[in-house]
Design a protein around this ligand. Structure first.
Ligand code: NAD
Length: 284
């Protein structure tokens, strides 16, 4: 069997075309969705991510602004900025790029963002609403993954989904979203004994480990759906996922590549959340 590749870049382009039309309608009604991105420090990877977010926003007509602060910024100064943005009626989405410098408590910053503007979906109110199956901002990578599965009408209900990774931004929420879709979910992580035993039972396997080629065909059940979240930079500068794509695609039914997989979907879901925030705030 050779797997069908779910191309996240193509799917993202389709969704962005729909959102562009929606933003244009909102603009005609006088509502210009606006995203403010805050970067503290000068981490090159973070800079490249935020520039990608700004570019994607512009492509579909979302207004955006990047606020760059020096790494010496104090937690108090950052909290004051967030307070100003929370009260700014023209700002609908607030994203503080992580990681933050060590002297700033990430959780305090996440909790300071107005949940109605929390387009990353990291605020405990949004996490809690997601857990209880209520309307909320879904964190972008898990939201992108579910959207990829649904784009191919892949059945989730009743299937055994195995998630490798338990981070707050990927592993835990993607498992919860799969559970919300009625999958039976197993979480695996660095302390899991006999990882292969679990992954070989997965109808849907989500891999978010952060180690190049950690999972090959040996770990898969034939006909599995494999979602590769990993982004690993190799010595030659190229990007690769956590899954050994060439071997896995001979055994899986569906597979997401890296690049052009989950990555482009993550940014697209951020734009979706920004539009949702703009509409939600305008209704108040
Ligand atoms: P993380 O480092 O916070 O979490 C990694 C997880 O992998 C941990 O929960 C750990 O328990 C687990 N793990 C580590 N070694 C393991 C092993 N040997 N066996 C089983 N589990 C093991 O990382 P993260 O933030 O969740 O990101 C994971 C990967 O996804 C990274 O490569 C990251 O760059 C990528 N990522 C991609 C996107 C995207 O948009 N495509 C978004 C976020 C993260």
């Amino acid at each position: 069997m050779t797997a069908e590749v779910i191309n996240g870049k193509e799917l993202a382009a389709e969704i962005k075309a729909e959102m562009k039309a929606e933003v244009s309608r909102l603009r005609e009604q006088g509502l210009i969705p606006h995203l403010t991105v805050v970067l503290v420090g000068d981490d090159p990877a973070s800079k490249s991510y935020i520039n990608g977010k700004k570019k994607a926003s512009g492509e579909i007509g979302i207004s955006s602004q990047i606020i760059e602060l020096p790494s010496s910024t104090t937690e108090k100064e950052l909290l004051e900025l967030i307070d100003r943005l929370n009260h700014d009626r023209d700002v609908h989405g607030i994203l503080v790029q992580l990681p933050l410098p060590e002297h700033i408590q990430e959780q305090s910053i996440i909790e300071a963002i107005d949940p109605a503007k929390d387009v990353d979906g990291f605020h405990p109110i949004n996490v809690g609403r997601m857990m209880t199956g209520k309307d909320s901002f879904l964190s972008c990578t898990p939201y992108g993954i579910i959207t990829m599965l649904k784009s191919r009408d892949i059945q989730i209900a009743g299937k055994h989904a195995v998630v490798i990774g338990r981070s707050n931004i990927v592993g835990k929420p993607v498992g919860q979203l799969l559970l919300n879709e009625n999958a039976t979910v197993t979480y695996c992580h660095s302390k899991t004994a006999d990882l292969k035993h679990h992954t070989q039972q997965a109808d849907i396997l989500v891999v978010a480990v952060g180690r190049a080629n950690a999972i090959d065909a040996d770990y898969l059940k034939g006909g599995a759906v494999v979602v590769d979240v990993g982004i690993n930079r190799l010595a030659d500068g190229s990007l690769t996922g956590d899954v050994d794509f060439d071997s896995a695609k001979e055994k899986a039914a569906y597979i997401t590549p890296v690049p052009k997989g989950v990555g482009p979907m993550t940014i697209t879901m951020l734009l979706k959340n920004t539009i949702k925030a703009a509409i939600g705030l305008a209704d108040h």
